[in-house]
Design a protein around this ligand. Structure first.
Ligand SMILES: NC(=O)c1ccc[n+]([C@@H]2O[C@H](COP(=O)([O-])OP(=O)(O)OC[C@H]3O[C@@H](n4cnc5c(N)ncnc54)[C@H](O)[C@@H]3O)[C@@H](O)[C@H]2O)c1
Length: 374
């Protein structure tokens, strides 16, 4: 039987757009049981020349510099531009019932996420957000262990996402430091979003936060040598209470020398604990209080066929997935949710909740007090 093709359009072919492009090429082949076959149909970039070049390199059938033309021509869109464009494109896409996978942080601020989310609910479209690491098989396995009670009552979560892409004070000013392009959050919207998504997946909704934020390098030169003011935070940390009773602390930094992809967490429960780090994406450490004292200790669980959908990529255990594979999983889940007309979590509701938490952290820092999320 010939499968229905699902025409995808990619808007923005920068760092993460390229990863989505690889995923669009791979998903239909890695997941042959998908009801629809995803096709990389049209790519949109800033200029016709950029679009043509990227489309050729990444295997798209057509190219354009007009995102409206792309939205009109496809069934589903991957939106991978800076946040400044998310609202306008998302509202246009949902108005014509096109499915949308939007990169985080989704829009410039909580108000924009809310508008985008409301438009999605008015449409017949499926929506998802690029919370890449929340789809990692060992993170999903951690969630399963929590749900199966392997950790007992949850006590505390400690999570961080640190990188060092702005550790050099002479590093160039880019759109990520400009609030009218990146939005109201700096590192919180870039890295904090990912670890918060996982914290909420494992421990539930956050009810209160007490936070601090810091910009260590307040000025940087842009590509043209002009000195620019850095408009958002390099570092943020906060302690939190979860509605279900556990507590947590979160940290994110874009100036953390030596940290390349240090998204990591430890979750401690009464009956056990788990540890995960994205630099070791294919492992999960588990400590069980039930182990015999002569052999107790954290055991290292290596990814295998029990950690779906690992075996769709590789039959042999322990050979490992990488960052690009997580995007292939994301596209596979999105296509499957479109076919089954169901939610594709984490989605815009999660982005909205996370944006509110980040806003509360900045408010807590500004007012030097705990902030309750109502
Ligand atoms: N999920 C993740 O792990 C992850 C990782 C990196 C970035 N992101 C998110 O993805 C988004 C893009 O980040 P990036 O690192 O890829 O940025 P980037 O600067 O590398 O790429 C952005 C691309 O968008 C293009 N673009 C800008 N305006 C456009 C327009 N009007 N039409 C078409 N293309 C346009 C730019 O030319 C550029 O190629 C951001 O929201 C970022 O937070 C997510």
């Amino acid at each position: 039987m010939i499968k229905k093709k699902l025409k995808f359009g990619l808007i923005g072919a920068g760092f993460i757009g390229r990863t989505h492009a690889f995923a669009l090429q791979a998903a239909g082949r890695v997941f042959p049981d998908l009801e629809y076959f995803p096709v990389a149909h049209m790519l949109c970039e800033l200029t016709p020349a950029l679009a043509e070049k990227a489309a050729r390199r990444l295997g798209f059938e057509e190219a354009t510099d007009d995102w409206r033309k792309l939205v009109d021509a496809v069934d589903a869109i991957v939106l991978a531009t800076p946040s400044q464009l998310h609202r306008e494109i998302a509202l246009y896409a949902f108005a014509s019932d096109k499915h949308l996978l939007c990169e985080k942080p989704v829009g410039l601020n909580t108000q924009e996420v809310e508008q985008i989310r409301a438009a999605a609910k008015r449409s017949k479209s499926c929506h998802a957000v690029g919370f890449t690491y929340a789809r990692a098989p060992m993170v999903i396995f951690a969630k399963r262990m929590v749900e199966e009670g392997k950790l007992g009552r949850l006590l505390h979560f400690s999570g961080r996402h640190d990188e060092d892409y702005l550790a050099d004070p002479s590093g160039a000013f880019t759109w990520r430091q400009e609030s009218k392009v990146a939005g109201q959050f700096g590192v919180l919207g870039d890295l904090g979003y990912h670890i918060l998504c996982i914290g909420r997946m494992l421990c539930g909704e956050v009810s209160r936060v007490c936070g601090l934020a810091e910009t260590f390098h307040s000025e940087r030169k842009d590509a043209g040598g002009v000195l620019r003011t850095v408009e958002n935070e390099d570092y943020a940390a906060f302690v939190a209470r979860f509605t279900a009773g556990s507590v947590g602390n979160f940290e994110s930094s874009r100036v953390a020398r030596g940290s390349k992809q240090n998204l990591s967490f430890e979750l401690v429960g009464e009956a056990g604990a788990i540890r995960f780090g994205a630099e070791r994406l294919n492992e999960l450490q588990f400590y069980s209080a039930g182990d015999d004292s002569s052999s107790e200790g954290f055991r290292n669980i290596l990814i295998n066929a029990a950690h779906k959908p690992y075996d769709s990529f590789i039959p042999a255990p322990g050979h490992g997935l990488g960052f690009n594979d997580l995007k292939t999983i994301e596209i596979g889940q999105f296509v499957s949710a479109i076919a089954e007309q169901r939610a594709c979590l984490p989605d815009l509701d999660d982005a909205y909740a996370i944006s509110r938490i980040c806003e509360a952290v900045l408010q807590s820092n500004a007012e030097q007090r705990w902030v309750t999320l109502t």
